[in-house]
Design a protein around this ligand. Structure first.
Ligand code: GLA
Length: 512
């Protein structure tokens, strides 16, 4: 229709030009108006595993081809801006963590509806909203006054285990967790120290009339699951949010902190990952400390030792107050994904945080992607080496039931794990950078030094580690932690050829 009009516009210039332009204007105006996206649109992305609809509401204002407005889902209200091209439109998040390269929402006008794909959703048909299409308002709860939560005494070395999110996301259930527990034992992961089996988002059901949160149908009996996991010599972790909804839209612990901590303690839960998510809709970043303190108190008074993992993407200078809320680890970055770019950007940016890691509380640059298939084994060895030098939690994120021998040899490298778990608890810092080559080191409890020389470039290169740079004097000996052999120095230096994205990792000690 538009094409025909353009065509008639071209052919009507000349004698009847003015009249044609006038008639065309009359024809175009109502149609442009009818196509405007101004209004409120609502659609259901999916029915969640707890039976609740995951609703998306877009409120848009169109001016010319420019769009502004909000996108709301349960727990979120995001400012968006964007533009319309024909029937197609794209929206970007206006918030500070916006990814400006990629639209947050893309959509098309189809008849009287919008076909919308929002971040993390399938295609949703959004119709003109009715009076029922509202996201319930959340009553503000004042965060508590600050005080120091007594330490829970856990995680003297960085927690090790497995988490469901990186590989399974919403496709996690009781049977899979049990099978992973079996595989943690048969693969040797448990005996290498990977103890925590952590269920991430999407386990949640709904609250009952007393406000007690139950698991959804994927987890018919959490207590029985915890008993099974414990019978294997493992521990069970769970996930929630201080906001009204988790990042996947399930009920969070907002206003139910003590109640939820008691429920988890009664189930036999040993670890909580507490993810900021929709708390951002209720609180400001300055409230992070008080809000996380609330659950810190609730866990301590639950009577069960529960590792406390804060997931707040590095917001609010968490490293400065994390220990005061009895946190054992806190996220220092946005989410990792299974790519060299994501892993290396996160890992190599951690040096300034080193002073904040210590036995009992650790910087968390996010979970491992080793074995998930989108990096090479050379890159996964770098991932394992860097995370271990950084004294990071080692939470495998792959399918332990079917991992390749190469993946197994990376996750189960006991000499590298020993660096991560060193009782001194000093996080590595960057010692030097030369072109694409970075050298990181950390002192260890027995007086030796762990060192990793990383090649971030695209070609292999020769690297050198000088004992004098590690502040070790006199004769030294070294162990190559990936070749599993002792290496000797030539003129006080160790050299090796390191492939693109690879690492040369040593444990160097003075001989006396
Ligand atoms: C956030 C966290 C992830 C994961 C998801 C679950 O994105 O950072 O690690 O827990 O939420 O929804």
């Amino acid at each position: 229709m538009i094409r025909e009009m353009n065509c008639s516009r071209r052919s009507c210039t000349g004698r009847f030009g003015l009249l044609a332009a006038f008639l065309l204007g009359i024809m175009l105006l109502p149609s442009a108006y009818a196509q405007s996206l101004t209004g409120k649109w609502a659609g259901v992305d999916k029915v969640m595993d707890n039976g609740q609809p995951h609703k998306i509401i877009l409120e848009l204002q169109q001016s010319g081809n420019q769009l502004t407005g909000t996108m709301k889902t349960v727990g979120y209200s995001l400012q968006v801006t964007g533009k319309v091209t024909g029937t197609h439109f794209e929206l970007f998040r206006a918030e500070e963590i916006a990814n400006k390269d990629k639209p947050f929402v893309v959509g098309d006008r189809v008849g009287s509806n919008l076909h919308v794909v929002a971040w993390g959703t399938e295609s949703v048909v959004a119709k003109p909203a009715t009076a029922d299409d509202v996201i319930p308002a959340v009553k503000y709860i004042e965060p508590p006054a600050l005080h120091k939560v007594p330490s829970n005494g856990l995680a003297k070395t960085p927690p090790m285990g497995w988490n469901s999110w990186n590989k399974f996301q919403g496709k996690i259930d009781d049977a899979t967790v049990r099978a992973i527990a079996d595989a943690m034992v048969s693969s040797g992961m448990r005996d290498a120290g990977y103890i925590y089996l952590n269920i991430d988002d999407t386990w949640e059901g709904v609250r009952d009339a007393q406000g007690v949160l139950h698991a959804n149908h994927k987890f018919p009996d959490m207590k029985a699951l915890a008993d099974y996991v414990h019978s294997k010599g493992l521990k069970l972790g769970i996930y929630s949010s201080p906001g009204p909804a988790t990042c996947a839209g399930y009920p969070g612990s907002y206003g139910h902190e003590e109640q939820d901590a008691k429920t988890w303690a009664a189930w036999g839960i040993d670890y909580l990952k507490y993810d900021w998510c929709s708390a951002a809709m209720v609180y400001k970043d300055k409230d992070l400390h008080a809000v996380y303190q609330k659950m810190g108190d609730a866990l301590v008074s639950s009577g069960r030792p529960i590792v406390y993992s804060l997931c707040e993407y590095g917001l609010g200078d968490v490293q400065k107050w994390g220990p005061d809320v009895s946190a054992n680890l806190w996220r220092t970055t946005d989410d990792i994904n299974d790519s060299w770019k994501s892993m290396s950007t996160i890992g190599f940016s951690q040096s300034p945080l080193a002073a904040y890691a210590a036995p009992g509380h650790w910087n968390d640059p996010d979970m491992l992607e080793i074995g998930n298939g989108h990096m090479s084994d050379v890159e996964y060895r770098t991932h394992m080496s860097l995370w271990s030098l950084l004294a990071s939690p080692l939470l495998a994120g792959n399918d332990i039931r079917s991992m390749s021998l190469a993946t197994k040899s990376i996750l189960l490298n006991k000499e590298v794990i020993a660096i991560d778990q060193d009782p001194l608890g000093h996080q590595a810092t960057r010692l030097s950078v030369s072109g694409d080559v970075e050298t990181w080191s950390r002192p260890l409890a027995d007086g030796s030094v762990a060192v990793g020389v990383f090649n971030r470039g695209s070609a292999s290169t020769r690297v050198t580690v000088k004992a004098s740079d590690l502040k070790l004097s006199g004769a030294v000996r070294a162990r190559d932690l990936w070749a599993h052999k002792d290496v000797s120095a030539t003129n006080g230096a160790f050299t090796a050829s390191v492939p693109s994205h690879g690492v040369f990792m040593l444990r160097v000690s003075a001989t006396r």
